[in-house]
Design a protein around this ligand. Sequence first.
Ligand code: BGC
Ligand code: ZN
Ligand code: ZN
Length: 354
Amino acid sequence: MKAIVKRIGHKGVFLKDIDFMENSGITVKTLYTGVCGTDREIANDMLPFIRAENGDELIIGHEAIGTVEDPGDSYLFKKGDLVVPMVRRPGKCQLCQIGHQDYCIDGDFVEAGIRGKNGFMRERFRENEKFLLKVEDKSIEEIGVLTEPTKNVMKIMETFRFLSSRIPWYCKDSTLSCKNLYIFGTGSEALLISFVFSTLGFNIFLVNRHPISDKIQSIIDSVGANFLDSSTQIYENKLSEYRPDVIIDAVGSSEILRKSVEKINNNGIIILFGTSGQLMEKNQDITGYIVDKNLTIAGSVDGSKENYREAIEFITSNKNRFPFRDLITGIGSPESIDKITKKDRDEIKYIIKW
Ligand code: BGC
Ligand code: ZN
Ligand code: ZN
């Protein structure tokens, strides 16, 4: 069967004919796999922590949806079930052992398609039932591939709820409409964040350093959010007029962050998700600043099984409310290897149909 493979230490990825990698488990026929920034970094040999499961080749892909072809001896799944596999698998620490590998203490976990475990960019894979989630609504077969990136958003939401519970925030209409949320980034993850957080009523600004396509603008419009180009004077003005209460960084740009943090309101919350984010690395007085502003800063990566369930639930119940389908700007075949290495202009989410 076909698989998309990365040879560790070499640039690029390639299509390879492979056998089944696993001897047991539920056989899943892959329907779609999504391509994200992590995959592009792997393909361009820019991700330092990538590891093969065996030898020096890794099957990539961690955003997937498929159907059960053979449930094996599982009672939980049956042939034809729509399923989403989890990325991160537990190591031996206490947190991993209670299903919270997303809060792993010692880094001894593996991640399908990223570190130490073969991923899902292949026609079929076999999976332990523990790491599969059922998607009941068959109509979300295509947008269900967004479950994996959405589970990251669910963890961000969980983190936000936890952090904000220490602050008695109050808006007159009992939503968060008097609070300004700045999301850095206008890619698929940032847009998914805007979908999920718009349900709390926030006044939302999505920020990037460059202009955006009409399509992205219309998605932003449809959630009632605003776009701001951080390289313009308008951004500076808006930032002073609508000072941020919450900042969620999905790009890892310390430049945008530094500029915006200067204007954050007291009791502000900053959640960093962008992986190359280095907060104020040149600012010597960062600790005093954080204490004086009473800020809460949290890193957030990956999510729990519960976050996956929440993601499926969110997509299912909001499939007509948010333009999930518009996020998918391209559906290609496994043969189009170039699309994995290079992002098309105006691409939001590119997925592969298997
Ligand atoms: C995935 C996470 C994963 C992270 C780092 C992201 O693309 O969504 O689940 O933990 O990459 O490997
Ligand atoms: Zn990813
Ligand atoms: Zn662990």
